[in-house]
Design a binder for this molecule. Structure first.
Ligand code: ADP
Ligand code: MG
Length: 462
């Protein structure tokens, strides 16, 4: 009947609009390279901020001592204590704690958020065991991973440019996040010094390099998306500081804000953007990252419910923004049961749509597939763009150069079809010869360890 025709038509239309043939991905990568150059030339030169991290040397393995790290940037924040043993012993011990952030703190005041964090940190510090050796009389030191765009003025200071990913705390914008955290630590009576302020991409880069000297870039595919890479200092016209010994500087691209007419956008993306906390911003991130994929599927399903009567009456729950989360979408997408039991259960549990037919469930899986495939292929195009910028997309003088990308984030880690598609698409873009020497390594919480390593290499006691 007509309902199925319209539904099939809408799926087909979406699939066409979300199409990412290789030639289009090459255009996206090319545009990314152009924007990277523009962002390196001047502040405000591009939607790609290409932020200077003040990290000009990456971990060597010699780092020693007891350090803390704090990772703030998604729905959870993580605290880490790590005992570094230098070249011989490596990482002697690491202890984690994960704390979820009460949603009201994500849109409240700066003091409330930082007090909450400082309190959790103080509690964790209190669990320090006998075997945690801090030299007597020394102050504890922390690597602070703060995964929002920050304009840094040194390795341990920087002002927040804007919030992303569902955070919106007006009075923190323009403030130095290190001093905000330090003041909160003082308020709760915690004596600790922030030795390094890093983005999660920078932390992942540092953690990745500690494990593998061929790591040239770090990519995050989690709640949000971003990437960092090592740039030659002479290729950064906007850098007016002293020339680092290494001749290099790690750059935080903030690629989540990438925008290009080549990006395949649909009316559903427009709806998502309009309803978001940051309309007009983070276009690439809204196509790719875990915060948004489930929401795109929800918006598409709602439109189908309205136009094709796919579910009979319009299910009320389907009208609630962000009710369908990316992990639910992933579970439905991976359903291999003959009658799509998981899809049926998710539709009923999450959206209160019961008794769905197999045909309806198949439409839902199709939508998940279209949205996830576009996301994964665009992410691969971004990685390809960075490799292009580094001249690592081709054989250099016929020589093989090994390139490793450290990748962190729950989306990449847990969404197998997404992950496989990123990897397959990158191979497709690179061609078999270069692909053979290009590796993506899952750098599970590399950013926490990385921040601790950078705290160690920027310790006041060196
Ligand atoms: P963050 O990016 O907030 O630092 P993570 O790297 O752990 O944290 O990523 C969490 C994100 O990963 C979630 O917001 C979610 O979008 C995505 N994610 C987590 N689990 C899954 C899953 N099973 N399938 C798909 N996406 C997932
Ligand atoms: Mg993270």
């Amino acid at each position: 009947d007509g309902k199925w025709e319209r539904a099939a038509e809408m799926v087909k239309e979406l699939e066409e609009k979300c199409g990412t043939p290789v030639w289009k991905l090459r255009q996206v990568a090319e545009a990314m390279v152009v924007e990277m150059h523009a962002g390196l030339a001047s502040d405000g030169g591009s939607k790609l901020k290409m932020l200077i991290s003040y990290v000009d040397s990456l971990p060597t393995g010699d780092e020693k001592g007891l350090y803390y790290a704090l990772d703030l940037g998604g729905t959870n924040f993580r605290i880490l204590r790590v005992h570094l043993g230098g070249k011989e012993k490596g990482i002697i011990k690491r202890e984690y704690e994960e704390v979820s952030i009460p949603p009201h703190l994500m849109t409240g005041s700066s003091n409330e958020l930082f007090d909450f964090i400082a309190m959790a940190l103080a509690k964790f510090v209190a669990t320090e065991g006998e075997d945690s050796h801090l030299y007597p009389g020394r102050q504890r030191e922390l690597g602070f991973t703060f995964s929002f765009p920050v304009r840094q003025s040194s390795i341990a200071s920087g002002t927040l440019i804007k919030w992303t990913k569902g955070f919106s705390i007006e009075d923190a914008v323009g403030e130095d996040v290190v001093s905000e955290l330090s003041k909160a630590m003082e308020r709760v009576g915690l004596d600790m010094r922030v030795a390094a302020l890093v983005n999660d991409t920078i932390g992942t880069m540092a953690g990745g390099r500690y494990n593998d000297p061929d790591v040239v870039a770090a990519v995050i595919l989690g709640t949000g998306t971003n990437a960092a890479y090592v740039e030659q200092i002479h290729a950064i016209p906007k850098w007016h500081g002293p020339l680092p010994k290494s001749g290099e500087m790690v750059i935080n691209t903030e690629w989540g804000n990438f925008q290009s007419p080549h990006l395949p956008l649909t009316e559903y993306d427009k709806t998502l953007d309009d309803e978001s906390l940051n309309p007009g911003e983070q276009a690439y991130e809204k196509l790719i990252s875990g915060m948004y994929l489930g929401e795109i599927v929800r918006i598409a399903l709602l439109r189908m419910a309205e136009e094709s009567a796919l579910f009979g009456d319009i299910p009320l729950k389907l009208k609630i923004p962000f009710i369908l989360r990316t992990p639910d979408m992933s579970a439905m997408h991976h359903d291999t049961s003959p009658d799509l039991t998981v899809v049926g259960k998710k539709l009923s549990d999450v959206l209160e749509i019961s008794d769905t037919s197999l045909r309806t469930r198949k439409v839902v899986v199709d939508l998940c597939n279209i949205v996830a495939t576009r996301a994964a292929r665009l992410a691969a195009a971004g990685i390809f763009g960075i490799l292009k910028k580094l001249g690592r997309d081709t054989l250099r003088d016929g020589e093989k150069q090994r390139s490793v990308i450290a990748l962190d984030g729950g989306l990449f880690e847990h969404y197998a079809k997404f992950r496989n598609c990123v990897e397959a698409t990158l191979r497709e873009l690179l061609g078999p010869e270069v692909a053979e020497n290009t590796v993506i390594v899952l750098s599970n919480d590399g950013s926490g360890i990385g921040a601790a390593l950078l705290a160690a290499s920027h310790s006041q006691y060196l």
